[in-house]
Design a protein around this ligand. Sequence first.
Ligand code: 2P0
Length: 343
Amino acid sequence: MEAVGPQERLLDRGATAVAHPNIALIKYWGKRDERLIIPYVDSLSMTLDVFPTTTTVRLSPGARADSVSLDGMPASGEPKRRVIAFLELIRELAGRAEPAVVDTRNTVPTGAGLASSASGFAALALAGAAAYGLDLDPTALSRLARRGSASASRSIFGSFAICHAGRGEGAAADLGSYAEPVPVPDFDPALVIALVNAGPKAVSSRAAMRRTVETSPLYQAWATSSKADLTDMRAALRGGDLEAVGEIAERNALGMHATMLAARPAVRYLSPATLAVLDSVLQLRADGVPAYATMDAGPNVKVLCHRADAARVAETVRGAAPGCSAVTARRGPGARLRPGAGQ
Ligand code: 2P0
């Protein structure tokens, strides 16, 4: 057998990772450091078992530049820029210089408006770190994923995770801002995702949160109340109390949207279809079904409920707005390397 030189070994070096999106029950909205992506507030989420992202990073020592494809098409513009900036960060940490070929596949339905940056940067952090030979523990991996997208720090972990906003400035803030699991083994609800028909979002979440922090008179009040929401949420999760978890999540999300509505100019992600779904959730509660809504930077609604009620909740939200479809998720796994693939 012919000896394999270091160059050939590098040519073969690659890794594939799979990560799932997460939905925040206590929201992250607003950065206190835009370069390091340090949130103003702690956030807490549930990682889902649907819509995984699969990303392969393969080193390409002979190439002149990185090459990035998203769902089989060459990436361009802002998505490509963000992936390359993230690779630069990994290379800096690893003390390496070779360009990479990145292939990312999302399974979120097209136009669903569900954030794929959480699963995307969690998968890229894990595959990229492995490909460049960075040996990171889950905390360091979560910290790294945060530099891609703060919500990605939470998708490193399965089930429930909290992302700490950290304290201080610069390196201290960077060190203190990462996610970790919130163990609640007996709490296993359903999250019904109501996909309302909508075009691409008018304002990116990044631009929207910047505008909110800079111009909304309600932002500081929400950030303060979010601290209390988090304390209450942790207690509700510990008690496995779906009604309390749902109430806190719903008020936290509505508060976040209120801060955006008060921004100048206003950022409004909630559409008439969103409000119709919210009305149907209220009606479910009036009919004795515990169901609670949360919304992110888009018009879709995620409804938290008992697993036994999920079919009824899905049927109700489907009927609430024309063209509304529903996907039922449960808590899902953390990011993981796919053994063998891409190696
Ligand atoms: C969250 N969202 O906690 C919040 C709630 C949307 C609303 O995290 O700028 O893509 O990349 O850190 O993580 C969406 O924003 O923003 C988000 P960046 P990200 O899930």
